[in-house]
Design a protein. Structure first.
Lengths: 255, 567
């Protein structure tokens, strides 16, 4: 029963970085394309990525046995080296995914640090990122104390970080449009599994027609989907691999 | 980054992360590569399509060697409580549907969390493809609709409402058989929501348009009449290529279809379901009644649709050319009536020639227009225009031309011929054809002579003067030339009142007389203007009438024979 194909994902311009809309490009490809040289675009892009995804790395480090201070130092030191020295290994097999690249590079960084045992160097450089490690530690304290491996907690946190980022951005957009209440009422329709109120009830509560609620839900879902896919694409060199990455993340949160 | 909901790190904004991630997947379903391992009994041969109802693969049942369309419902459909039970119940009911116009359900079930249906594989296209490919002929739509009616009626009799009839769900096999797919799946997959395809981004708006108003307003109170509304939308779209949105026009106002179809389509599209057809078979009956009863004159559209503008302009051009041909014919009469000379006849002849050309063009254009009418693509306005356009050159043209020849041109010719017949020196009469040939030849000589006389420098000898009837050139002769001209008595008629010539009207010239000798093969032509005239000898040769000195081309050359006093 052939049905026509759904709408194709919107084409993403790779050249729109730095415009008002951050999601128009794959940031990771921008970073890699620079090949370590400072193009004025690559470094801020890498910094932005690190700012978003530092917590999974922190959780990974903690789960590996580092104390809070040590983990914070390692993460900060790693980012400093990464951003300041643009130390991106050209032949890194994990280059296609920022997720894989980050954790692999971090592992190498940590082992290098341990070899030289140069604790004095850790954090010795000027911190290039302002990261709230105190808050991070609070969060880590809430992580389930199960037997998850560092890798699993890293991946799970990565997936959740993406979702949190996307939802905050989506909420920002809606609230900026003056519809804060709308987002709160309609967000439950986003995941397709949370029990949802009938459209009619929502419509009554918001003083809208049922049709208008449906259209709003539809728009919210579409925008959410676009943001999610764009955010995931930002961590990939190949935007076409978004589905694959999403399935991987789906596995990660299931685990 | 700020944490939206610090209290629940595992549930962003209190939502299920699995569902959130799955919502971002391109197909929200399992990929083709993954599917094969779940269905060892099938050989997955390829992807047929995907939509809100899941993904459809072309698959071959290994044991039965039967090609099926394997429909895998979106993962997660079973998140709602009681889904498994409902799926079994509904699928069982669907499997009982056995109708030539309904896609068969061969098998269904659940394997490792994936719900699937093995459906009859239809080798063909969807109605959406047909509509997208271009304008559907009304009779094509009229052959499809009854089959949909049959399918719906049968299902309704079994207590099953489709709920999602749209062109995507209507399959047309290569043999032209219509098969309705996805019966009842809309309700199965999302029983609470009025809109079953919200699971699929982007399709919601398209699908909403096929839904009956009550499906949107009171989704829990929907009966089989919702299908009849959807059928009406599909019917309308097939006929017009557009959706019946807002205050839409009746089909016959948009395209040229039987005006009686309007009532059928509009009744199916009634907002109040009590006012619709109550049974699908009633729609079919209405369509059949239409086809069996003689069709009335096609309704005139409110303005011609764009597709007919080419036709109309073609018919209009046909009419224009026809009119031009008529005007030219009339002009040729007028010319001859007021100037019954060889010159007038020449102009009239040109008019006739052009009338003929334009009439032929008009005829071709009119013919094409008529052909389009014959193929059922013409509008009534166009018919009228084409009728006039072809009637003009076809009927009036030859008629007027005939009248003109008999009553105007023939007498005019006859007059000239009669003048040519004034044989004074000899008594031999020449036949009318010969006479007409003589007249036309003389007029040709006249033109030649006149053209030559426009160049006074060429008047090197008197001999040219004979053909140089242009008054100005004669006046410009030297006294010596004039004197020599006067002495040419042997030519019969010398120049008349040559000295008094001033500005004789160029336009009024006529052959005054042609005098032939007894053998009828040589003579003298006298040409008169208002107050002057000229005469010159002519001779008949095997090539026709010539100046007496020889061929026409020799006129340009000063001829010693003529100078020497002629023959």
């Amino acid at each position: 029963m052939s049905t026509p194909h759904g709408p194709q994902p919107r084409g993403r311009s790779r050249q729109r970085f730095g415009t008002t809309h951050r999601f128009g490009t794959t940031q990771w490809s921008v970073v890699l394309a620079a090949g370590g040289s400072d193009t004025g675009i690559a470094r801020p892009a890498l910094a932005t990525l690190c700012e978003v995804y530092w917590y999974p790395l922190y959780a990974y480090s903690r789960r590996r046995g580092s104390e809070a201070d040590e983990a914070a130092d390692l993460v900060q030191g790693f980012f400093t080296e990464l951003i300041e020295k643009s130390a991106i290994a050209a032949a890194d097999p994990e280059r296609g995914r920022f997720r894989g690249f980050l954790v692999t590079s971090f592992r190498r960084f940590v082992s290098r640090q341990q070899e030289h045992d140069s604790a004095a160097k850790r954090g010795g450089g000027v911190a290039v990122l302002s990261l709230d490690f105190a808050h991070g530690e609070q969060r880590y304290a809430r992580e389930p104390a199960d037997t998850s491996t560092p890798e699993r907690i890293y991946e799970r946190r990565w997936a959740l970080t993406i979702l949190e980022t996307v939802i905050v951005r989506l909420q920002d957009e809606v609230v900026r449009g003056g519809r804060a209440e709308l987002f709160d009422s309609l967000k439950c329709y986003l995941d397709g599994s949370t029990p949802v109120p009938a459209y009619a009830d929502v419509a009554e509560r918001l003083g809208m027609t049922v049709g208008a609620v449906k259209v709003s839900v539809h728009r919210l879902r579409r925008r959410y989907r676009d943001l999610l896919r764009a955010t995931v694409a930002d961590t990939l060199t190949d935007p076409a691999a978004v589905d694959e990455e999403l399935r991987h993340l789906l596995e990660a949160v299931r685990g | 980054m700020p944490d939206p909901t610090p209290a629940s790190d595992d549930r962003p904004a209190g939502l299920d992360p699995e569902g959130l991630l799955a919502a971002g997947l391109d197909d929200a379903s399992v990929g083709a590569a993954d599917i094969a391992e779940h269905f060892p009994q099938y050989e997955i041969q390829g992807l047929l399509g995907e939509g809100g109802m899941g993904v459809v693969y072309r698959a071959r049942h290994r044991d039965l060697d039967r090609v099926v369309a394997l429909k895998v419902l979106p993962p997660g459909v079973d998140r709602r409580p009681g889904f498994a039970e409902r799926f079994r119940r509904e699928a069982r009911a669907l499997a009982r549907l056995e109708h030539p116009n309904i896609v068969r359900v061969y098998d269904f079930g659940e394997t490792e969390g994936l719900y699937f249906l093995a459906l009859e594989h239809v080798d063909g296209v969807t109605l959406r493809d047909l509509i997208r490919d271009g304008e559907m002929e009304a009779r094509e739509a009229l052959s499809i609709v009854p089959q949909i009616c049959d399918a719906i009626q049968y299902a309704h009799d079994q207590g099953i409402v489709h709920r999602d009839i749209k062109p995507e769900n209507v399959l047309v096999s290569k043999g032209g058989t219509v098969k309705l797919a996805d019966f009842g799946l809309a309700k199965l997959i999302d029983p609470d929501a009025a809109d079953p395809t919200l699971t699929r981004q982007g399709q919601v708006m398209g699908t909403l348009h096929y839904m009956a108003p009550e499906q949107l307003e009171t989704p829990n109170d929907v009966d089989h009449r919702a299908d009849i509304y959807s059928l009406g939308v599909v019917f309308y779209e097939m006929l017009t290529g557009e959706l019946p949105l807002g205050r839409f026009d009746a089909p016959s106002q948009r395209v040229e279809v039987d005006v009686r179809l309007d009532a059928v389509v509009l009744r199916a599209l009634e907002k109040q379901r009590d006012r619709r057809y109550q049974r699908a078979e009633h729609v079919k009956t209405a369509v059949h009644d239409l086809e069996s009863a003689p069709a009335p004159v096609p309704a005139q559209r409110r303005g011609d649709a764009p597709r007919d503008s080419a036709f109309c302009s073609m018919a209009a051009w046909s009419l224009t050319f026809g009119l031009i041909a008529l005007v030219l014919l009339l002009a040729s009469w007028v010319v001859v009536l007021f100037d019954p000379t060889w010159q007038g006849i020449g102009i009239a002849g040109n008019c006739h020639l052009w009338a003929l050309v334009t009439a032929v063009i008009g005829l071709v254009l009119g013919g094409v227009a008529w052909l389009r009418i014959a193929l059922g693509r013409g509008a009534l306005t166009g018919v009228r225009i084409a009728a006039w356009g072809t009637l003009g050159p076809l009927v009036l043209g030859p008629l007027l031309s005939f009248v003109g020849h008999v009553y105007v041109l023939a007498p005019a010719h006859g007059d000239l011929f009669a003048r040519a017949q004034q044989v004074t020196q000899g008594q031999r009469h020449i036949s009318p054809p010969e006479g007409i040939q003589l007249v036309s030849e003389v007029s040709r000589l006249w033109r030649l002579g006149r053209d030559q006389a426009r160049h006074p420098a060429d008047l090197s000898g008197l001999e040219s003067v004979y053909s140089a009837a242009d008054a100005r050139s004669i006046r410009d002769l030297t006294d010596e030339q004039r004197e020599r001209l006067r002495q040419r008595r042997d030519l019969g008629v010398p120049l008349l009142d040559l000295s008094q010539l001033h500005e004789p009207p160029e336009s009024y010239r006529r052959i005054h007389r042609i005098t032939l000798d007894s053998r009828g093969d040589r003579g003298v032509v006298e040409i008169l203007a208002n107050n002057w005239g000229v005469s010159f000898p002519i001779v008949r040769t095997e090539h026709g009438w010539r100046f007496h000195v020889g061929t026409v081309s020799e006129v340009r050359i000063a001829d010693p024979a003529l100078r020497g006093g002629g023959r």
